[in-house]
Ligand binder design. Sequence first.
Ligand code: SF4
Length: 350
Amino acid sequence: MTTLTETGVQAGRLADRIVNSPAGYSGIEPDQEWVAEILRLKKQRNATILAHNYQLPPIQDIADHVGDSLGLARIAAETDADTIVFCGVHFMAETAKILSPDKTVLIPDARAGCSLADSITAEDLQAWRDDHPGAVVVSYVNTTAAVKALTDYCCTSSNAVDVVNAIEPDREVLFLPDQFLGQHVARVTGRKNMHIWAGECHVHAAINGDDLEEKARANPDAELFVHPECGCATSALYLVGEGHFPEERVKILSTGGMLEEARRTQAQKVLVATEVGMIYQLQKVAPQVDFEAVNAKAACKYMKMITPAALLRSLTENADEVHVDPETARLAARSVQRMVSIGHSAPVSK
Ligand code: SF4
C-alpha cells in the first residue's frame, strides 16, 4: 500500500516499511535514503525539527535544533516555520503548541508520555492550592497543559532557582512535581516556606546514591555532572560533605548547563548522572573528554519512542498533531511565558 500525504503527494515506498506495535514505530534504518526523505518532507511542509537532548542519535543529527526544554520552548515561540515537529515527549510538544497556537505542532508518537508529568493531575493541584490559599504555584515544565493552567510560574531545571528567587520571600511556594529538583531549589535558595510535591521521574530516581558512590570512588579524579532531578543529587552533596569529592568537581546542572560546562571543563573524565541520551551530545561538544554514565541503564523508554520510523511517519502523514483546548492554552500561556522570560537558558546546538 502506498501512503498519500494530505497534499496528495506519494510518500513513496520508504514509509510503506514502517511497522507499528505497542512499543512504537520501527522498520526504518536511519540511512541516506531516510535522511533524504526526511529533508524532502520537511521542506515540503516548511517544518522545523526540534529534538531534546535525550533523543536517539539519528534524531539529534537530523534535527534543526537540539537542546533542553527551555531552549527548545524559546525556539518554538519564535520560529517562522509552519509546522513544528517536536522530537521529545508529549508535554514538550504541548508546551510548543501553547507558545505557538497558530502553528501545526506534531509529535512523532503521541504515546511518548512522561512518568513525572503523570505524577500530578489538575485535580490534585486544585486540592493542594485550596489547602494553601495565597501560595504561589511553581511547576516544573514536565506537567500537562491542564496543570500549567493552574500554575503561576513554570520553570525548567535551568531556571528553577531564578524563578523561586523572583517570588516575594514571605509568600508560600507550592513546588511540583519533582521532589528532587524541589529539594535542590530549597537548598540553593534557602527558602523555608516551600512545599514540595512528592513526584519523581522513574528514570532519574533509578540513578541512586549507591551507583554514584561506586563510580565516584573508582574515578577519584573525575568531575561529576549531576542533573537535579536525579535521586543522587542529594548523594552527590553528601559525598562532598564527607570530603570524598572536592566541591568544585561536583556540578549540579540542567542538561543545557551540562553542555556549557562540557565546553569549559579541563577534566579528562566526567561522570554523568542523567538519562543516557545526554552522553551523545556531551561527547559531540567535547570529544577529548571521556564521559561515562553513572547508570548506563538509565534510558527513558518514552524518549526512545521517537524512532526514525516515527519521524518519517510524522512528516509523511502530518501526525500526531498536538491539540490543546484554547481556554486551557490561554491560562497555561501565562505561566509558560514567565518561564521563557526568566533566567538563563543554555544555547541550543546547531
Ligand atoms: S526522563 Fe523522566 S522526566 Fe524525562 S521524559 Fe522520561 S520519564 Fe519524563
